[in-house]
Design a protein around this ligand. Structure first.
Ligand code: DC
Length: 222
């Protein structure tokens, strides 16, 4: 239950390339809510580690990086130290590095308050892996958004090609499965269906319909 003095949160969790980012941003636009792309924070840490040559198995060093980064979210872009890193954090090497950084409890802890600070009136739509279970356990609505792995690979392929980033379906499939296993299998805050979450399988579903289903569920609860 959401305490009355806190703005409502819609937590949308799910695996890589499930469409949760697009759906979450769409729901936020319909309701006039703020939007938190928590995966982007892990991606900023992953990219910073690759660039600084920090080993991806050095949890303490990665947590240090997580405390130091201060990305600004401006008009759909992510800016770190004056550089627009919106595209570099989406590249496959940064995606893999993000998933590797995310296994360390100290990294997750370093990003916790930063995520909670996005909870501002009139409300927040937050997407990630542990939004409903750890970051906003009192979310008014929890959604687990998923889709078949084949469809997710196709969607990610289309996105990357449109951005001019080279990728193959086979490579993406392998990568998605590897990341799903790491994100679901880690000991700290693994990807899982939070108790009471609405499970929405968007295989074959349009984005508009998925946004409509989440908005309808929210209106029913509020
Ligand atoms: O949602 P995404 O694909 O942009 O997330 C990138 C990685 O960050 C993902 O592989 C796991 C990690 N992540 C996480 O552990 N917890 C979150 N709340 C969001 C992302």
């Amino acid at each position: 239950m959401t305490p009355e003095h806190l703005p409502p949160v819609i937590a949308i969790d799910g695996p890589t390339a499930s469409g949760k980012g697009t759906v979450a941003a769409g729901v936020a636009a319909v309701l006039g809510f703020h939007y938190l792309d928590s995966g982007a924070l892990y991606r900023v840490v992953g990219l910073a580690a690759l660039r600084a040559g920090v080993r991806l198995d050095d949890g303490a060093a990665l947590a240090g990086l997580a405390r130091r980064i201060a990305p600004a979210f401006v008009e759909g872009k992510i800016v770190q130290d004056g550089e627009d890193i919106t595209l570099p954090i989406r590249a496959e090497d940064a995606s893999r590095a993000a998933s590797q950084c995310a296994v360390f409890p100290a990294v997750r802890q370093a990003l916790l308050e930063r995520q909670r600070a996005f909870r501002q009136p009139p409300g927040l739509v937050a997407d990630g892996r542990d939004m409903g279970s750890v970051v906003f356990p009192d979310a008014l609505l929890k959604v687990y958004l998923t889709a078949g792995v084949g469809e997710r690979a196709q969607r990610r392929h289309k996105q990357l090609i449109e951005k001019g980033i080279p990728a193959t379906i086979d490579g993406l499939l392998r990568d998605l499965k590897e990341r799903d296993a790491r994100d679901s299998g880690r000991a700290d805050a693994p990807l899982a269906v939070a108790p009471g979450a609405l499970v929405l399988d968007t295989t074959g579903m349009s984005i508009i319909d998925a946004i409509g289903a989440v908005v309808a569920a929210f209106r029913q609860r509020s």
